[in-house]
Design a protein around this ligand. Sequence first.
Ligand SMILES: Cc1cc2nc3c(=O)[nH]c(=O)nc-3n(C[C@H](O)[C@H](O)[C@H](O)COP(=O)(O)OP(=O)(O)OC[C@H]3O[C@@H](n4cnc5c(N)ncnc54)[C@H](O)[C@@H]3O)c2cc1C
Length: 389
Amino acid sequence: MDLKLSARELAWQRRARDFAETWLFPHEVELEHEGRLPSSLLRRQRSAVVKAGLNGVNHAVEHGGQGCTLLEQTLINEQLGKATGALWAVVWHPADPLKHGTKAQIRDYLIPSCQGRRRGSFAITESGAGSDPRMVKTRADLKRGKYRLSGEKWFVTSGDCSDYLIVHAHVDGDPDKPTLFLVDKNLPGVRIKRVPKFMHTYVYEHPEFVFDRVELDAGKVLGGVGQGFELTKDWFVEARLQIAANCVGAAARAAEVANDYAAGRVQFDRPIRDFQAVEFMIADMAVEIMAAKSMVYRVAAEIDAGLDRKLVHARASAVKLYASEMAGRVVDKALQILGGRGYMRENPVERLYRDVRVDRIWEGTSEIQRAVIGGQIKKRGLAIYTGWM
Ligand SMILES: Cc1cc2nc3c(=O)[nH]c(=O)nc-3n(C[C@H](O)[C@H](O)[C@H](O)COP(=O)(O)OP(=O)(O)OC[C@H]3O[C@@H](n4cnc5c(N)ncnc54)[C@H](O)[C@@H]3O)c2cc1C
């Protein structure tokens, strides 16, 4: 078993680390204090992403992306995930389902998104539809060859800076026809209803959108009528691995800050790391990060190597569940080691504490991941997790 990273993988890791150090970390405190970054800076960051070749890492070269493997993406996302304020979102990932688009959709949406000329957001969740997207009320009624889209979507991440949305709706209100639509934000009938504030400071916003009889032609259906869940399910694998990698990065940064602090902070005439209570916390943090990292790298590499599709979903849920819960535990310990300083917003650990909480909620809550894992065990046996295959 060769566990060494290749020269190419190490180069991607380095590139992402350099980008985070140059373009993300220096702006964290400003973002935290001001609540947003100036638009001129966001534009410069976008150009820097392209210059660094980190645009569209999750898409094929012929679609304007970088053609990175999942393991390479994991290494990149881990480095970016160290940034607070979700500044990792500055490096956009065009949604995976776009690759299933028609030639025209790839030309008009995917390629410009990979190149940084367009940006999209994913809109599934509604006030009555969260973990159970079958409850979606947004509908697209087909009349004389045109769809009319009506409904409301919640928590549309980066919806403020996107110029189009991928909207999950039921054709003719039929839950058996869950379908994705490409909706340009400047169309009549599309508007932002509210921009709520959240626990984390996020570099963009998560607005709520209203669609009031938005007229769409058939060319805006992505991947076919009734294909909504299939396309989203595939995308969840990538998104869950991305979250897991971000979480490993966030936990590693918190642990580094706490470890350095514990070495320098003197109380009762000795560095606090010499108290076993503190040393044990550092030990637990290190082991947890090691375990999560091993899992995320392993699953990414297995998927790259052609893992059976059924196992891909099963494993992606396990990775997301473990890494997100691990990050919560590790960042909490790091904050404890920092004492009162860990509670200050100017400290990255305080920000990470708030940042990683959502990782147990979005892209499927921890309970939903456990339900997926439990269901997979019932169907395929415990060995798909506990064995080595
Ligand atoms: C900051 C943020 C950004 C987001 N960005 C996006 C986005 O860009 N696009 C988008 O579409 N959505 C987005 N979401 C929505 C997110 O995916 C949902 O919040 C998530 O899927 C959970 O749905 P819910 O909040 O409605 O909770 P609910 O589904 O109402 O769940 C509430 C509680 O019940 C539990 N529960 C529900 N069903 C079960 C079950 N079967 N078994 C056990 N427990 C269960 C849940 O685990 C949870 O603890 C975002 C959310 C947040 C907070």
